[in-house]
Ligand binder design. Structure first.
Ligand SMILES: [Zn+2]
Length: 460
């Protein structure tokens, strides 16, 4: 059979000279800003309030004039971020679908409007960049994102991406829909269907895919067809990936490729490591502009310097963000990659959620490091780090660190002790270890991601 990877393809966007990509980005920024000035309710107002006209923002450097925004502004009025379709040419503004991102503060899901233009851009990006991601047109992808009561971005886009790549796809349909129609399946049913279809790729939130592997091990399910695990939506540490690999080896999987994808529903794209520790390559530099900005001033910081990651859409017609803060801290690198030679910008491999570094007993503690240590420890099914008050009723009560632990069978005592030691070593705090059932920490039938760090203290 002829390979479908023909040599008759366009020049690889991810290997273009940096200057060419920058020139393209500048041109697209101009167009996008012009469109937003007329069509985008939020930027219509913001630009006028700031005394900015389209001619003030002609390139990447000028973009710095525009104040960044965050999930807070978006959640307070999601429709203000949707371009008004009037006057847009052809089918560009026709609504293709609406996907949702969960609102962490309001609890309400917020709509992202995807027009025909946006949908084709997404399809094209993934058809064209599948080599970076590692998906093949012979793959059968198991979509293990939960099916929720509203179409979540990752669940909905997995099907688009399979279609774009030319792969097959099946759905686990776990989760909860709160509907009178009982359409969700259990974790065990999802595991069985992965085996039945001989899926080659498991794709989902890291914590959930891990539970699929654990259940397959426990039930002796044959997952030997699986060659790759792809995770999105939750950073998986090197330790966690090693845990995946060990389980995949134990399950006699065809291969143990782990692809850690960094992205979000708002961004609508993905960043992928070409190899472990390379940094996350932007897969779509012709659709997304990434920058790292100073949280206080909103100004861009140079390469290598840590700050808030922000994304600007370069070619969208539905929900559009300019300088949208993703809620993660990291740094960027625009040098060609020493591992693969690609020129698309890379985000530092080690990003931290802003919530990972918190004040406990007056001192800043990086609980992200603790998370990594725990991910490395064998014998743990689930865990959760909880910061709470010794007396929850007293706003001035001493902070307390509790580790909720669900050990793997036969591991309770040794793991509790090791965890307590690690906490002491990394934070100088002595934790309380609480043994709980694994589903009490993370119930894989619920749509939420596992929460590894929880702060229960009253706001002071
Ligand atoms: Zn690379």
């Amino acid at each position: 059979m002829m390979s479908t990877e023909s040599s008759f393809t366009l020049p690889d966007m991810l290997r273009q000279p940096v200057e060419a990509v920058h020139a393209l980005q500048d041109r697209l920024i101009q167009q996008m800003v012009e469109l937003c000035y007329d069509h985008h309710p939020y930027y219509f107002k913001l630009m006028r309030a700031e005394g900015l006209r389209p001619e003030h923002i002609r390139n990447r450097a000028d973009l710095d004039l525009l104040p960044p925004c965050s999930k807070k502004e978006f959640l307070s009025d999601p429709d203000a971020f949707r371009m008004r379709p009037e006057g847009m040419p052809g089918n560009e503004a026709i609504l293709w679908k609406i996907i949702y991102t969960t609102g962490t503060t309001t609890g309400r899901p917020a709509p992202i409007y995807v027009t025909a233009h946006d949908h084709f851009a997404y399809m094209y990006g993934f058809q064209d960049r599948k080599e970076l991601i590692g998906l093949k047109d012979t793959d059968l992808i198991a979509n293990l994102f939960p099916m929720t009561g509203f179409p979540m971005g990752a669940f909905s886009r997995a099907a688009d991406e399979a279609g774009a790549v030319g792969a097959s796809i099946m759905f686990g349909n776990t989760g909860r829909t709160d509907s009178m129609f009982p359409v969700n399946r259990s974790l065990d049913q999802a595991v069985a269907s992965v085996a039945r279809h001989k899926a080659t790729v498991l794709w989902g939130v890291a914590g959930f895919v891990r539970r699929v592997l654990i259940r397959a091990q426990e039930s002796g399910t044959d997952l030997s067809s699986v060659r790759m695990v792809m995770t999105t939506g939750e950073a998986s540490s090197p330790a966690m990936r090693e845990d995946f690999r060990q389980r995949m080896r134990a399950l006699n999987c065809a291969d143990t490729v782990i692809v850690n994808r960094y992205g979000s529903t708002e961004q609508g794209g993905t960043m992928v490591e070409c190899c472990e520790g390379s940094g996350f390559h932007s897969a779509l530099p012709d659709q997304l502009f990434h920058e790292v900005i100073d949280e206080e001033t909103g100004k861009r910081v140079p390469d290598g310097q840590s700050g808030m990651l922000a994304v600007t859409h370069l070619n969208r017609r539905g929900t559009v963000f300019l300088r949208y803060k993703m809620g993660d801290v990291g740094s960027l690198n625009h040098e060609p990659c020493p591992h693969c030679g690609r020129t698309s910008p890379r985000l530092s491999s080690k990003t931290s959620r802003t919530g990972d570094i918190i004040k406990v007993r007056g001192a800043l503690v990086n609980l992200g490091n603790l998370k990594e240590e725990f991910d490395r420890m064998p014998g743990i099914d689930e865990y959760q780090i909880v910061v709470t008050s010794q007396d929850p009723a007293d706003p001035f009560s001493m902070d307390e660190l509790v580790v909720r632990l669900a050990p793997a069978q036969g591991h309770a005592a040794d793991i509790s002790e090791r965890m307590a030691e690690e906490v002491k070593r990394l934070t100088n705090l002595r934790p309380t270890i609480e043994l709980v059932e694994r589903d009490k920490i993370y119930d894989p039938t619920l749509p939420a991601k596992p929460k590894r760090i929880v702060d229960l203290r009253q706001a002071r």
